[in-house]
Design a protein around this ligand. Structure first.
Ligand SMILES: Cc1ncc(COP(=O)(O)O)c(C=O)c1O
Length: 390
């Protein structure tokens, strides 16, 4: 068959590191082994029933069988504004400060198309969520990595960024609670971020994908709670994790009016908005009872406790994460993140994500997702213990 030559920009896209891992896992499963997969970030629980019911009811509404308004229904933007007011005490203008997205991933990729020209710099957390890289590559811009180090609680140290990099930087991605390090941000850190952004004219994009998932009674801070945040940035919030709606593809961006306008402009050219019934179900999720969220966070916290407790019991001395549904664990001496992940897969049939897949500074760690029941997590820890590495 004729092979068409693809555009240069597609050849510049970063390799999908984790596709390789998926293949390795499939091979072990084919051999008939009982694999415990803690390598992915796909929520394992179903969407709460009242949200599914809202979709079922809305699906038969003929009004939703037509094209939706291009930037989404007003009722969903109003629900987003009420959600921010209720959860974070933040005032949002639903008409000017909300953009509806086909999932957070889409927003995170399109923001680079909106604001980066070839040669511009985007500041990116390392380790970090690889989709930031994809958008930057598509915009033919450059990345400057901000290492997230354990001694800095996995927050970037802005003093380490060179002056000429700051001069050229147009965009900065942040993400707390963090994937993959599970770190949480402080208000002081966001204040420092706003100061830096103002001084250097940088647009801050805070990816708040794990915004609902904070442990030990501590609610993660929204970037928009901090004074001045809207002047320098936006927050991207997805329903994927908070309401187990990863398959529904619904998220939103909130914050700086001019940025929201640009997102809506690019989306005008790419899409018509989401299916109206999905928008209605999303509004139901945001405005309805929130016990499902409280229960979900309690489930993750209980899994975290069981898993971390067992790891420490078997001799792998690790700290409990403060948020997200990940654990970021230092690998034993003598291993790289990839050789250790390979060993766990081959010998214990436990899948973890090697830190190097999230960037160079992810070397030395593996990421574990708390995305199966406590018994399986404890069994995974026991299988690791049998390798006598700790
Ligand atoms: C840090 C981070 N940001 C964004 C997303 C994207 O979520 P979605 O596209 O489902 O909204 C994810 C999903 O795994 C994530 O881990």
């Amino acid at each position: 068959m004729k092979q068409f030559e693809q555009a240069d920009v597609l050849n510049q896209l970063p390799d999908q590191f984790f596709a390789k891992l998926v293949q390795k896992v499939a091979r072990i499963i084919e051999q008939g082994h009982d694999v415990i997969n803690l390598g992915q970030g796909n929520p394992d629980q179903p969407t709460p029933a009242h949200i599914v019911a809202a979709l079922q009811e809305a699906a038969v509404n003929p009004a939703y069988h037509k094209y939706p308004p291009f930037t989404g229904y007003d009722f969903l933007k109003e629900a987003v504004a009420s959600f921010y007011k209720r959860e974070y005490g933040v005032e949002i203008d639903p008409k000017r400060e909300v953009a509806i997205l086909f999932g957070g991933k889409v927003g995170l990729v399109e923001i680079s198309q909106c604001f980066l020209n070839p040669g511009d710099i985007a500041l990116v957390p390392d380790p970090g969520y690889p989709d930031y890289w994809s958008g930057i590559a598509m915009a033919r811009a450059e990345m400057a990595m901000m290492p997230l180090k354990e001694e800095n609680q996995f927050l970037p140290d802005y003093n380490e960024i060179e002056k000429d990099v700051l001069d050229k930087a147009k965009l900065m991605f942040l993400n707390y609670p963090n994937n993959p390090t599970a770190a949480v941000a402080t208000k002081e850190f966001f204040e420092e971020t706003i100061h830096l952004a103002k001084e250097n004219d940088i647009l801050v994009v805070h990816d708040f994908a794990y915004g609902a998932i904070g442990f030990d009674g501590k609610k993660p801070v929204s970037f928009l709670e901090i004074q001045g945040a809207k002047e320098v940035g936006i927050e991207i919030y997805t329903l994927s994790k908070t309401y187990n709606m990863a398959g529904w593809r619904v998220a939103f961006a909130v914050g700086n009016e001019s940025v929201i306008k640009s997102i809506n402009l690019i989306q005008d050219h790419f899409y018509v908005s989401l299916f109206g019934a999905v928008q209605e179900a999303a509004a139901t999720a945001l405005l309805g009872p929130q016990d499902c969220v409280t229960e979900l966070v309690a489930t993750y916290e209980s899994r975290r406790n069981a898993f971390i407790h067992r790891l420490n019991e078997v001799g792998w001395k690790v700290e409990a994460p403060k948020g997200s549904f990940f654990c970021w664990l230092p690998v034993p001496d003598g291993y790289t993140s990839e050789s250790f992940a390979d060993l766990l897969l081959e010998k214990a049939h436990v899948v973890v994500a090697p830190g190097i897949g999230f960037g160079e500074s992810g070397e030395g760690y593996v990421r574990v997702g708390l995305l199966c029941g406590e018994d399986r997590l404890v069994e995974a820890a026991d299988r690791m213990a049998k390798l006598n590495l700790f």
